[in-house]
Design a protein around this ligand. Sequence first.
Ligand SMILES: [Zn+2]
Length: 229
Amino acid sequence: MKKWEILLLLLALFMIASLFFFFPKASAMTEELPLFGRVIFVDAGHGGRDAGAIYGKLLEKDINLEISKVLEETLISKGAIVYMTRDEDEDLSSQWDEKKKRGDLYRRLLMYKKHNAELYLSIHLNSGESGGKGAEVLYHPINPKNKELGTILMKHFKNDLKTTRVLKKTDLYMYRNTTVPGVLIECGFLSNANERYLLQKEDYQKKISESITNAVIEFFQTESSSETS
Ligand SMILES: [Zn+2]
């Protein structure tokens, strides 16, 4: 055997060995970080001048932000790149906006478009409906994937949070204008005593966040399997 033949043989052996070295790692990575590189936008509803639903001293905007922060962490722990509309108590309207609420929502839309988000999750709380309790998801049919995402989320909420509510449609400005798959998540009712208690607990906020994260993982998996088939 000539010298260069030995070198070539060694190189080939090295390449084969490196395949064994890297591929199990790649599959372990998709198992541990199933959201690796996915850009997800988490929108904590309301903020600043807009409190959302109110129960005594309890403001929807504050609990939305708490849940969104826990959700941000949970998604990141699965490999996602997460952007937030806000990470403190503020709204996005400008002093020049004639309609403050519309200005605020418009800037939320611009924000996730700017970050090229692949998914938009809007975090809110329900209130008011007499006897109302349980988490629910609302979607706009402008994109068929919104319903798919909503259906998967509701399936996880039924299992994990024991909600008896169903997937609903919404015609709100935000979701009508959402250009990537995105839904409105109502995590529970501020007007329900038991849920009001739970929604303020970190354990329950984690439970909701994990349920959402698992649903998001399933959504992307279903998406990529339908793309390859
Ligand atoms: Zn709200």
